[in-house]
Design a protein around this ligand. Structure first.
Ligand code: ATP
Length: 294
């Protein structure tokens, strides 16, 4: 009896997990057409995780459409627990780096590795489980605030959700709505401002507690008082985590282990903030421009 009972119990759990992941996947598919474009290798294992895995881009080239190459031979490393920041003009390919690391697309040349494992050789789901993204525009599901924060961490308790919301400074706002954490958000529910959505994304990431982080213009939607608070919060989340930051405002990247300056799909300058200022090139010019406009 016991032998029969255990597999049946296991099947029940498996069924719920599969059903949940299918629901989530179908939502993702409707949101992101590109999800369909990549597939796991047959029998691919999950990414073997470490606390702070190194990330390497090795001679990566990529085009969304064959006729228009976007990235050319990009190589860099984010050492375990460090932050690498990418800056450069609009359309240079910065967000494309983040999308490739999250495996929205597979590279056409070169390799991306996490903890030494080529991300095309492990399951896409395990790569995504390892990465927390605070994106430029957070897409919320037409579901409750609680679901949206717990997304990616389905077993999370209400107490954990609230703790993450407090840390992301969105708890008071949620509590002020009549239905609280049960408030429906998204297109068919309560509309959140850009900053509030970003805080939901930060709470989601805090709850997921992943070893790898991607911040894509993480604070662009906030006013300056909120921005400073959130920046401090982001710095504390990123501490000891391997982090890729895509930034426009250089003040957010001065402490990065390395800054990559991109132009038309290539890295044209790289180094620490101090080294790049000393170089007197593009980064130094961008810095001078931002300082004068602030
Ligand atoms: P920004 O700072 O404005 O966000 P970025 O440096 O992050 O820009 P990317 O979003 O990486 O730039 O885009 C790089 C190039 O790839 C752009 O020319 C863009 O038009 C193109 N591109 C981005 N997404 C797609 C897509 N899904 N299909 C085709 N081309 C795309």
């Amino acid at each position: 009896m016991i032998q029969l009972y255990i597999p049946l119990g296991f099947l029940g759990v498996l069924y719920r997990e599969i059903k949940q992941s299918l629901t989530d996947l179908s939502k993702m598919f409707t949101l992101m057409e590109k999800e369909r474009e990549i597939a796991d290798q047959p029998g691919a294992p999950a990414l073997a995780l470490q606390t702070s895995p190194a990330v390497r881009f090795e001679n990566v080239s990529f085009a969304y459409e064959a006729s228009r190459p976007i990235l050319h031979n990009i190589s860099f490393e984010i050492p375990p627990g460090k932050t690498v920041a990418v800056v450069g003009s609009s359309g240079a390919g910065k967000s494309t780096l983040a999308r490739l690391l999250f495996r929205f697309y597979d590279v056409q040349q070169g390799h991306i590795t996490i903890a030494g494992q080529d991300i095309t050789q492990v399951t896409q789901a395990s790569v995504r489980q390892a990465i927390g993204i605070v994106p430029q525009d957070t897409v919320l599901f037409n579901d409750t605030v609680e679901y949206n924060i717990a997304y990616g961490q389905p077993g999370a308790s209400r107490a954990q959700v609230e703790e993450a919301a407090r840390a992301a400074r969105i708890h008071d706002f949620i509590s002020s709505t009549p239905a609280g954490y049960a408030t429906m958000v998204g297109e068919r529910g309560l509309k959140l401002s850009g900053g509030e959505k970003q805080r939901v994304a930060i709470a989601r990431t805090l709850l997921k507690n992943p070893p790898l982080m991607i911040f894509d213009e993480a604070t662009s939607a906030l006013d300056s008082a909120n921005e400073r608070a959130i920046q401090a919060e982001l710095r504390s989340i990123a501490e000891n985590k391997t982090t890729l930051v895509i930034a426009h405002r250089l003040s957010t990247v001065v402490d990065a282990h390395e800054i990559l300056v991109m132009e038309a799909g290539q890295i044209v300058e790289r180094g620490t903030h101090a080294a790049l200022l000393g170089l007197g090139g593009r980064y130094a010019a961008m810095w001078a421009l931002q300082q004068s406009s602030e």
